[in-house]
Design a protein around this ligand. Structure first.
Ligand code: CP
Length: 320
């Protein structure tokens, strides 16, 4: 990847949109993580602000609910001195029939610079990026990608383990409906980890044989081998039919219990993107236990999202 030059400055980042991690190189992902490291210390200052996005406007355009991603982007924009507009589907003119594109173009007419979008339909961020002038950052689209979640997950692992090269990582649960699993898989394998997807066959995506991962249907076998285990939420709002006989049975075979943790490596990292269905994907004692880095993931998400907003804005300024 060629470094871009402008007025004597160089950057290894050349994209004004962040749509997914599948299309990024190891070097580009590493560059975002390194940039995030530089932003981490802003949150430890008494005045938690820096000026890079002063005068810029960021829109949080969320068509699905969110706690972590939405607030993290809002705080990241705030810390970088941008103005932030919060959009929710329920209180907008979408309820009167306005289209997504008309919504985005009307917001753009107010002079926005970056759109952070979450939508239940896959491909919406890419569609927007082709039809508006502002930078577009994907905050989760359908089952496709959740790139900033993937980035904050690998950032957290790298921070604790030093590198992902040679690590074994299990991603467990509702793989079929998970955009987190897809972004994680791309980021983790590009950074040198071996990924094992674990879950019932009914929750594996049809394309699993074409992905650069291993597949297992037994958490008991995988838990002994892995350095990191990422437990996914069962996405009840996206399930069609009954992919498993009962919640009790799912939990019995695929839940991360205190008993199952006894077989794990002593320094295993336990991750979850949130929100957690406690008692289903994992027991509370594990979610709150000494191997859990779930809240560190949330903390690191702020630095990662600051880096992403900073880099897409910088690329737009360079007109790439
Ligand atoms: N991990 C994640 O995307 O959480 P939210 O749905 O709360 O944003």
């Amino acid at each position: 990847m060629a470094a871009l030059k402008r007025k004597g400055r160089q950057t290894k980042w050349g994209h004004k949109h962040l749509l997914g991690l599948r299309e990024l190189s190891r070097e580009e992902i590493t560059y975002i993580l390194d940039t995030a490291e530089g932003f981490e210390q802003i949150s430890t200052r008494s005045v938690k602000k820096a000026p890079p996005l002063r005068g810029k406007v960021v829109v949080n355009l969320f068509f699905e609910d969110s706690t972590r991603t939405r607030n993290s982007f809002a705080l990241a924009a705030n810390r970088l001195s941008a103005d932030i507009i919060e959009f929710t589907k329920k209180s907008s003119s979408v309820s009167k029939g306005e289209t997504l594109l008309d919504t985005a173009r009307n917001l753009e007419a107010m002079g926005i610079d970056i759109v952070v979008i979450r939508h239940e339909a896959g491909g919406v961020p890419k569609f927007l990026s082709r039809n508006i002038k502002a930078c577009v950052v994907n905050a989760g689209d359908g089952y496709c990608e959740h790139p900033t979640q993937g980035l904050l997950d690998v950032y957290t692992i790298r921070k604790i383990k030093g590198s992902l090269d040679g690590l074994k990582i299990g991603i467990v649960g509702d793989i079929a409906h998970s955009r987190v699993a897809r972004s994680d898989m791309w980021a983790m394998t590009k950074l040198g980890a071996e990924v094992i997807l674990v879950g019932p066959p009914t929750l594996m995506p049809g394309e699993v044989g074409r992905l650069p991962v291993q597949v297992s249907y037994s958490l008991d076998e995988v838990i002994e081998q892995v350095d990191v285990i990422n437990m996914l939420r069962i996405q009840f709002e996206r399930l069609g039919g009954n992919p498993f006989p009962s919640i009790r049975e799912y939990s019995h075979y695929f839940g991360l219990t205190v008993e199952r943790m006894k077989k794990a490596k002593s320094d295993i990292l336990v991750m979850h993107p949130g929100p957690i269905n406690r008692g289903l994907e994992m027991e509370s004692e594990v979610a709150d236990g000494s191997n859990s880095v779930i809240l560190e993931q949330v903390t690191n998400g702020l630095a990662v999202r600051m880096a992403v907003l900073f880099l897409v804005n910088q690329a737009a300024a360079m007109k790439v």
